[in-house]
Design a binder for this molecule. Structure first.
Ligand code: NDP
Length: 329
């Protein structure tokens, strides 16, 4: 048995609903581990789960990403042992805490070359960039030189995708909400950046691509960017919707996809990709190689103590962050 502080909500709502509470943590059951965290990742999905955009049963312990040391393993767990350095992107939530028991299948060993803070910052965001760029492909795949459009390119997932896309030879056109964010993403490898707070991103995409449009749009902004994003695509292009930072996309009639050039639309979630231990390990190995080779730098631009989690959420929702944010213990 262990004691832990954990961030909990009793009902959906604003950041003020989050409370630091004391919880008892038991022994891991079959297929589970107990992990003592060293650092915790902050993600926009935590905001959706807190606000109620994604409805979950109450009370709810928040948090989807962390790193730490394995303290105990339950029966049937063979890929981890007590004392291992480890990291994860988890389903179910509950990562905003010091110690927890959780399913082992989403946890992987963290290579010695990667720090706990980097491990905590990069699992959910890095595995998302991995599946978007390598497993969510347009017809015929992506080739070096292809144009793609990536919204919110200076954010957590965004800056990882910018660097990885460059390593793959893609011409990534990014959007971001300020000149500073655009300059940051450009310095890390975006071929072009558009300040979509000031400029019409559709007109700029047409200009940059000589009127052709892009093969894929990666859209996590949702409501505010959806319509124009469809118009940025080449015929047979792929709209990869993966988030709703500005609100959910309104229902639409599939006929518009035909009118706009026989487009494809997909709405994916990381948790389908990491549903098995094998796929989680394969994707994590690819991410670890990208990071340890230096192709992808995991930028931690904000740190908040766990007790200041309300402030961390306010900062993320106010679009004041760049790159990754972690909660420290
Ligand atoms: P980010 O660090 O990217 O933060 C979100 C960014 O979205 C903001 O910084 C802001 O950038 C932009 N944004 C645009 N409109 C708004 C708005 N109205 N309110 C707030 N932000 C806005 O977050 P993450 O890296 O954690 O996640 C990025 C996105 O990817 C999220 O939407 C998240 O839900 C999604 N996601 C989806 C996954 C999946 O598998 N489906 C997995 C992981 C993440 P700017 O100011 O530059 O516009």
């Amino acid at each position: 048995m262990a004691k832990s502080k954990a961030v909990q909500i009793r009902k959906h709502g604003g950041p003020e609903e989050m409370e630091l509470v004391d919880v008892e943590v038991g022994e891991p059951g079959p297929g589970e581990i107990r992990i003592r965290h060293k650092a915790i990742g902050l993600n926009f999905i935590d905001v959706y789960q807190r606000s109620g955009l994604y409805q979950l049963p109450m009370p709810l312990n928040l948090g989807m990403e962390a790193s730490g040391i394995v303290e105990a393993v339950g029966s049937g767990v063979t890929h981890l042992k007590a004392g291992d350095r480890a990291a994860y992107a988890s389903q179910p939530p509950g990562a905003y805490c010091e110690v927890r028991v959780m399913p082992a299948k989403c946890v992987v060993k963290l290579p010695d070359a990667i720090s706990f803070e980097t491990g905590a910052a990069m699992m959910l965001k890095g595995l998302t960039a991995q599946y978007l760029l390598k497993r969510t492909l347009p017809q015929g795949g992506l080739q070096a030189g292809d144009f793609v459009l990536f919204h919110a390119a200076a954010g957590g997932v965004g800056l990882i995708a910018v660097q990885w896309a460059k390593a793959l030879g893609l011409q990534l056109i990014g959007t971001a909400g300020s000149e500073e964010k655009c300059a940051l993403a450009k310095s890390l490898g975006a071929a072009h950046m558009i300040n979509y707070g000031k400029e019409d991103f559709l007109a700029r995409v047409k200009e940059i691509t000589g009127g052709k449009g892009v093969k894929v749009v990666y859209d996590s902004v949702g409501k505010d960017t959806w319509d124009k994003s469809l118009d940025c695509l080449q015929p047979f292009g792929l709209m990869a919707s993966f988030g709703n930072a500005s609100g959910p996309v309104a229902p639409f009639a599939p006929g518009i996809l035909g009118n706009k050039g026989s487009l494809y639309v997909t709405r994916q979630t990381l948790f389908t990709h990491i549903a098995t231990r094998e796929s989680t390990q394969e994707m994590a190995d690819d991410l670890f190689a990208a990071v340890t080779s230096g192709k992808v730098e995991i930028r931690i631009d904000q740190r908040f103590p766990l007790a200041q989690v309300q402030e961390a959420h306010r900062t993320l929702e106010a679009r004041k962050t760049t790159g990754c944010t972690i909660l420290t213990l």
